[in-house]
Design a protein around this ligand. Structure first.
Ligand code: AMP
Length: 400
């Protein structure tokens, strides 16, 4: 369910579906006047998808996991709120961005300069392989934003050239690459010196277990926002939970299917009538769908499954009972429209995806009443399932 949205220029929904909400402007997202001016100068007209999702949350001070690759506009999605939160505050080092490479370090620095063109915010890049003294002088003078690679920054920290006791925001950019490059020990030692009551934003193109562990250790109640293509190297099922009010689940399903028009999806509902209702709603929205439940004959069920597997039908809506005894392996997308009552059912459903294919996605729609059931499932499967926030649907952020 994660089509690439790699070109910021084409971030608006291409099909222009009448029911899609209009793309918000940067001002709608809460960006302040001096930054809006800088964005106008840069020629950015509309926020990209990652910016639309991340900016309001980051401005509100939430911890965030951004699953996005370079090219999605991810840098601005953290630098804009970060610069805005610095406006008017005391002049101390309040933001640290850790990046894996010197190139990225310079890119982030340039981005901060670009957006703070009409706002007084100081930034310095700190990386290895160049003279030490100029960095030392600049750090000792105190500067709002430090953008650094972990190795060189740790040198400065150990020599007490920099004081992080007032740090408010930590950004871990391209966390997967930093870990691949063996920076985990340095990152740990740096983060130990940063106040716990900070905002932490983590960006990563992929979410291997090491990155998940890092996020669990350093982020507090993070919201996960995801755009772009995930790593094709992923060999496991990707789980995600979408918080959504119960009465909006149908709309969310239509929204996701419209965003990803090429995918086929097996949807599970708890009841037969629930399955029929979903099929009805999808058909009304112009999406081919069929139901598979106990009121259908075995012949009808097999036919529905064949239509689904051949691609003639995009969405198959099933109850648990109906799918037993049928071969639905190789299906890559499963959506739990209702959270399964039994954790075992979750495992069973999800076991159906990602078996023949190299990857599989398992998404679960969770209403407020179902939070407890999701927690039980997480205990049984022994892992936390990332929450994915879709603007306009997430009861958490809508209510915030
Ligand atoms: P990034 O993914 O952060 O590396 O950004 C990719 C490129 O998109 C950079 O050259 C940015 O300057 C550009 N960019 C970021 N946000 C926008 C936007 N909202 N509109 C147009 N271009 C953008």
């Amino acid at each position: 369910m994660t089509e690439p949205t790699t070109d910021p220029a084409t971030s608006a929904p291409a099909d222009g579906a009448a029911t899609e909400p209009p793309v918000p402007s940067f001002a709608d997202l809460g960006i302040a006047a001096p930054l809006l001016a800088a964005l106008r100068d840069a020629g950015y007209e509309k926020p990209t998808p990652i910016q639309r999702e991340a900016i309001p949350l980051a401005l509100a001070g939430r911890d965030l996991i951004g699953l996005a690759q370079t090219g999605t506009g991810k840098t601005a999605s953290f630098t804009l709120p970060m610069v805005q939160r610095l406006l008017g505050g005391p002049r101390r080092t309040r933001v640290l961005v850790l990046t894996p490479t010197r190139e990225l370090c310079l890119q982030v620095e340039e981005s901060v300069r670009k957006y703070s063109k009409h706002a007084p915010v100081g930034v310095i890049p700190v990386y290895g392989g160049v003279g030490y003294e100029p960095q030392e002088r600049a750090l000792r003078n105190g500067v709002d934003v430090v953008v650094a690679t972990p190795g060189r920054l740790l040198d400065h920290l150990e020599k007490r050239n920099v004081d992080f006791s007032y740090l408010e925001t930590l950004v871990l950019d391209e966390a997967d690459r930093m870990l691949d490059m063996g920076f985990a020990p340095q990152i740990n030692r740096i983060v130990e010196q940063i106040p716990r009551w900070r905002q932490t934003l983590l960006f990563s193109a992929t979410m291997p277990p090491e990155v998940e562990a890092l996020a669990r250790k350093y982020l507090r109640k993070p919201v996960v926002v995801q755009v772009g293509r995930r790593s094709s190297a992923a060999t496991t099922v990707t789980h995600a939970v979408y918080p959504v009010p119960r009465h909006r689940k149908g709309d969310l399903l239509v929204h996701l299917l419209r965003e990803h028009p090429s995918e086929t999806v097996l949807v599970f509902t708890r009841t037969k009538s629930g399955a029929d209702r979903v099929v009805h709603d999808l058909q009304r929205a112009g999406i081919e769908a069929g139901a598979m439940h106990a009121d259908k004959s075995q012949k009808e069920r097999v036919q529905a499954l064949e239509d689904f597997k051949s691609g003639a039908m995009r969405v198959l809506v099933a109850t648990d009972i109906a799918q037993r005894g049928l071969d639905i392996s190789g299906i890559t997308h499963v959506i739990n429209f209702d959270v399964p009552q039994q954790a075992e059912d979750y495992v069973h459903r999800i076991g159906r995806t990602g078996r023949a294919a190299a990857t599989g996605d398992a998404y679960t729609f969770m209403s407020g009443e179902e939070i407890g059931m999701v927690r039980t499932i997480e205990r049984v499967i022994g892992q936390e399932i990332p929450r994915v926030s879709v603007p306009g649907f997430d009861f958490g952020t809508v209510a915030d």
